[in-house]
Design a protein around this ligand. Sequence first.
Ligand code: BMA
Length: 879
Amino acid sequence: MFGKLCSLTLLVAFVLCLGSPAPAATLQKQIVPLDSGWEFRQVPAATPAQAGTAATNDTAQWRPAVVPGSVHLDLLRNKLIPEPFYRDNEAKLQWIENADWEYRTTVQATPALLAQKNVDLVFEGLDAYSKVYLNDKLILTADNMFREWRVNVKADLKPGANLLRVVFPSPIKAASEIATNDPWRERTHTEPKTYLRKAAYEYGWDWGPRFVTSGIWRPARLEAWDTARISNVHIRQLDVSSAVAHLLAEVEVTASEAGSATISVEYGLTGKRLEATRSVQLQPGVNHVTLPIDISNPQLWYPAGYGAQPIHKFQVQLKTGKQMADEATAKTGLRSVVLRREPDQWGRSFEFVINGIPVFGKGADVIPFDSFPTRVTTQQYRQVLQSAVDANMNMVRHWGGGYYETDEFYDLCDELGIMIWQDFMFGNDWQPGAYDWKLNVAREAEDQVRRLRNHPSIVIWCGNNETEEALAWKDRDKLPADVRYQMWQDYLTTFSGILASAVNRLAPETPYWPSSPSADYEELSDKYQSGDMHDWSVWHGRVPFADYEKHNPRFMTEYGFQSFPEMRTVESFTIPEDRADIFTPVMLAHQKNLAGNAIIRDYMLRDYPQPKDFASFLYASQVLQAEGIKIGAEHLRRNRPRTMGSIYWQLNDCWPVASWSSLDYYGRWKALHYYARRFYAPVLVSPHQEEGNVAVYVVSDKTAPMVATLRVRILGFDGASLSDKSQTIQVAPLASKVYLTIPMLDITNLPNADLGKIFAVTDLLVDNKPISSNTLFFVPKKDMQLPQAKITSELTANKAGESYVLHLASPVLAKSVYVSFGNLDAKLADNYFDLLPGQSVDLTIASAASLDDLKANMKVISLTDAFAPHEAQVSAGTN
Ligand code: BMA
């Protein structure tokens, strides 16, 4: 299919467009979106046994449907099922996956459409196993949610109305049937569901509900064209530097007959547009036409924090004779990306070098934004991704148990400077080795890499999530040697053969990595010498948070700890009786990691007393998570250049749930997200107790050195100042260094130094303004004698109904101060922060609510308020 290279006889011309462009010829290709008139129903049961899957006869009637969409959303819209995320409704909706569903619409074939030589029916995505009928003739059997399907239906269309029908047999049954065709399945015990290429998280995950859905989940259309169309445009970045970008526009033209054509590419970021043209002789089939383009002094694309994100547009036109056969626009950002892996004193490096800069990857893992992806809005994408950048992230890992995201998601990452570690969609489970399955995967990789390869944000393609290490799971190591041998060969064929070569062939300038975690078979990644690491010793392994500091990965792609979402989010799926405590049936239904709530409680009790009530538990769980991940994240950053990435698990949620996320399902920031903004600051001050000293590190992601003032104070929780020192430092660029070392003895010798009642405050100041501030406590959390803080607060209107200022002060240390406004929407400049003794802060708050409403709903608490007065806590607060 990709074999035919067009003859190189013809001229490549570069023309400077001086005047206004010639009037555009009418485009020959016609697009008819198939997004209206859809109906759906449950396929009536053919046998009495099948009838058991129907919840109600209602579902057998044709009803309006939305495309793109899914059967769950259509059932919901038609009020045939209750809200899936409410209380324990999930359990009541499991029948849907066992039923067969069908969709239909009428397609109008106009004379103009039928006048074209080719009419393609295109589905950008069908979830998953389905049969497509046009006027009752089977025209397509689809078996992969991640592929695009295109069928020439010219011969099957009749003038006027045509009936288009898509039948989705139960995915559970379809997967089992495909699985029985694999002679190895009996011996490898590979799960039947993995035989059908479908988003793994639909079957439930340790943060997600089980909703195995069906549907036309991506846009569908008719595409009518004459003799040739542009089927893909790739802007290859052969060599990019600030002096010159050597590009190659690869235009793929699909032709149904031989003929001459002219291809032009217009480009240029600002000012005059330039144009490259080429005349070619097309052959029937797929033609690859290349046009070299050099841009001198190009404006480069940088990750957030390192520079701007200019997006270059390349407008491509295909002319056959005088006809404008087709046109397309490709967008990209110009940057060079290298995954640098060089032997060093610790093993082998793993660092992304963008435009020559070794960039420390700071971010979190992204999971699907919803259990029902078609309802995710632009506003949700933007809110979550903007929140990532606002928390000083420059990278996300797009985890492999979901689905390849929409173009919109990648466009936003391009625009915001978020680098993407892009997994192929294979999550945890062992994957089949059947020949047909591999061919299917090869086509999927081709579709997705071709769709996404112009995005500058994608800096690596990765074969899978945790499949490499899954060979040792679930007693697979006890399988007979010949079975294990075959499984490993199949693994290598798919993840170091098919996928690696797809990336190498279709996006050769983008690095490929076989699995996350992996050491590319050189070392086991948990030896910290090579590759990326998932560190689950905290949480799944139940070790203390402090153990993060024992591990020195080259690049961390997962580590995390759970918390509950805030009360407002919990209220969205509960009634009051569900909120008696965290172990009610409904709270447990919204906790998908077995024993998860008990793990949170156990860690809680290691560091803190039992929270005094349900609301306090939610809040304290967020502080627990944030304080724990802070230990890991700061360690990873201090460990630069040995470690060059900190990607914590996980950024977002797909429904309201207790999980490892720092943003809940509604995009609300948990404590961890506010903490992340601090621990991912471009220049971080990080005091650390080591070898009998307090070592004050400064970690800089800046590319230039800077002069700053480092201030270190030792304060009592009650406000006493024991020591206050400042010094000027030269902060080294792209480095982590200790700039000040204070022997612990000097601290313990200070007058009134009771380590359970004092702490260090470190500030890094530029022009007298702190650019990073941090605290260090000298005893374990359990032994900290935090005073009961009574915070004074005053809320005033800056601009009524828009902007407010909250003045907060406390005479004693108030830890993790949390300001909330009940069910009112309010955006706070900061939250979950430490209010230093005797200090005050003015917080800007944006809200559409009135001052009175905000005042009536405002609550200001700090950590000690979460617990009943405790012996260890000295009540030293004042009003
Ligand atoms: C890793 C991830 C996910 C999972 C998370 C928390 O294994 O890849 O599969 O949700 O840990 O358990």
